[in-house]
Design a protein around this ligand. Structure first.
Ligand code: HEM
Length: 104
């Protein structure tokens, strides 16, 4: 069963069924990183601005999943190497509108 769960996670990781999402800022806010030449500065987001999130690309980030991020390797979910992946893996997205069926 742990290996079956790993295959499930790896499948949802490489092929997320809802690969992009957009949120509209309902007040002025900022993203903590992503701005400036080195990408480490905050980004101002004005009220009413849409912010797109590509879960597909994040799930294939080598910084998060390692050099073989694009390979189908379920083992990565049972070796402990993704213990700290946190919000780097969000097949059901996250926050107040997270998929209500995610625990099914
Ligand atoms: C592998 C299966 C599924 C995947 C990958 C999936 C993924 C998602 C994603 C990405 C969202 C959008 C969340 C957001 O906007 O932040 C969502 C929303 C939702 N999902 Fe799923 N889902 C799955 C199965 C299910 C099932 C089985 C149910 C119900 C039994 C369900 C019910 C919902 C509902 C009600 C929402 C809307 C939540 C809201 O807008 O507040 N989903 N799902």
């Amino acid at each position: 069963m742990p290996y079956l769960k790993a295959v499930w996670d790896e499948t949802l990781c490489l092929y997320p069924q809802i690969p992009v999402n957009v949120r509209i800022a309902n007040k002025m806010t900022y993203l903590p990183h992503g701005g400036g030449p080195d990408g480490l500065s905050p980004i101002l987001v004005h009220k009413g601005t849409g912010v797109g999130v590509s879960v597909y690309h994040m799930h294939r980030s080598k910084a998060l999943f390692g050099e073989d991020a694009n390979s189908f390797r379920p083992e990565r979910w049972i070796t402990g190497e993704l213990e700290k992946v946190g919000w780097g893996y969000i097949p059901f997205h996250n926050g107040s509108r997270i998929c209500l069926g995610s625990k099914f």
